[in-house]
Design a protein around this ligand. Structure first.
Ligand SMILES: Cc1cc2nc3c(=O)[nH]c(=O)nc-3n(C[C@H](O)[C@H](O)[C@H](O)COP(=O)(O)OP(=O)(O)OC[C@H]3O[C@@H](n4cnc5c(N)ncnc54)[C@H](O)[C@@H]3O)c2cc1C
Length: 310
């Protein structure tokens, strides 16, 4: 027998079909295919939008009908709980994947991979994105998180961002300063608006030197991080004055497992999925780490990973 909720989702999907082709609407979608942790429950539905008009219409519908929804980027900083997500996952389709270079300025659609934008910059002899070339996220997710690595963060090079309000009411442009970009923070985390594209200011560089720097950083990443196992990168934010990985290691937790989730023996800041981890395993390990580090050092570790769902 169908539950009330399933019927509602089916009815909702009929309404979404008036906005976009049915083949881009999927019901009961397993999220482990869409997140780098490769685990988690099912979402009620997923829609793949292919234009700003479509996105606005879907957002308006969700706003009117009070439908919970999440914008999914590349899924490299998200953990969906095992109970799944009661609502709709919105994914930006292929048409939100383009990169335009003009002089020293690159504009990239939110669905483009950060690594692809960095590569394009390198091809054009533009420097400034080397630090980000190994971050496995999309431009949208990168701006949302103000992603950073090796002393750089997107804040350093973002000129402006185009976005659509969460109710689909209007699109607007916002400057770097207005987004209050800080350590893994942007105003999008509070306002829930959707990032459509970002414009980056780069500077002239030498193609070969840029490529060499990118390769050196990638080699460093491959050596120091468990890149061959599913994870969401550093699980915790860096607490002021400390490094999360070092606190975890100094608490004797390196290599510790809960079910299929493990504190990476290579880098204690990473929780990895050894193949069989449920989201619950990961969350139980997270709590164990938080309690142990707090009891030993009095430091509260906050997850950097966005934990969503039931
Ligand atoms: C192996 C590995 C290494 C990593 N290394 C780094 C690193 O060096 N530095 C770093 O900062 N991070 C790192 N990460 C984490 C992750 O790649 C970044 O946080 C990245 O910016 C997330 O982008 P995403 O597209 O995957 O976002 P997702 O995980 O899909 O989403 C993250 C959040 O952004 C929101 N979001 C996504 N797209 C949009 C949009 N268009 N509009 C509004 N909101 C949106 C989502 O709703 C969600 O809340 C790493 C992850 C892995 C797996």
């Amino acid at each position: 027998m169908k539950s009330e909720k399933q019927v509602n989702i089916e009815l909702l999907c009929l309404k979404i079909e008036k906005i976009m082709e049915a083949e881009r609407i999927n019901i009961n979608v397993s999220m482990n295919r869409y997140t780098s942790f490769r685990t988690g429950g099912n979402a009620d539905a997923m829609v793949i939008v292919e234009s700003e008009v479509e996105l606005k219409n879907v957002l308006r519908l969700f706003s009117e009908e009070k439908v919970p929804h999440i914008i999914l980027g590349n899924g490299s900083n998200i953990l969906i709980k095992d109970g799944g997500y009661r609502g709709v996952i919105v994914k930006l389709g292929e048409n939100f994947n383009s990169i335009e270079v003009k002089d020293h300025i690159i504009t990239a659609h939110a669905g483009s991979k950060i690594s692809a934008v960095a590569k394009e910059a390198m091809e054009h002899g533009l420097s400034g994105l080397e630090f980000a070339s190994g971050i496995p996220g999309s431009v949208g997710g990168g701006v949302f998180m103000n992603a950073g690595a090796y002393g750089g963060e997107l804040k350093d090079i973002i000129l402006s961002v185009r976005a659509i309000t969460k109710d689909g009411g209007k699109d607007y442009e916002v400057s770097n300063e207005e987004m209050q970009l800080g350590y893994r923070h942007s105003t999008f985390q509070e306002n829930g608006d959707i990032i459509i594209s970002a414009t980056f200011q780069l500077k002239t560089g030498e193609k070969r030197a840029i490529a060499t720097e990118m390769k050196a950083l990638m080699d460093r990443r491959n050596q120091k991080q468990p890149v061959n196992l599913p994870s969401a990168g550093s699980f915790f934010k860096r607490p002021e004055g400390y490094f999360a990985g070092k606190l975890i290691q100094d608490s004797g937790l390196k290599g510790l497992s809960v079910g299929g989730a493990q504190v990476s023996p290579l880098h204690a800041g990473f929780i990895v999925n050894n193949g069989t981890a449920t989201a619950t395993d990961i969350l139980n390990l997270m709590k164990l780490i938080q309690n142990t580090v707090f009891n030993k050092f009095g430091v509260k570790l906050e997850p950097e990973v966005r934990i969503l769902g039931d």
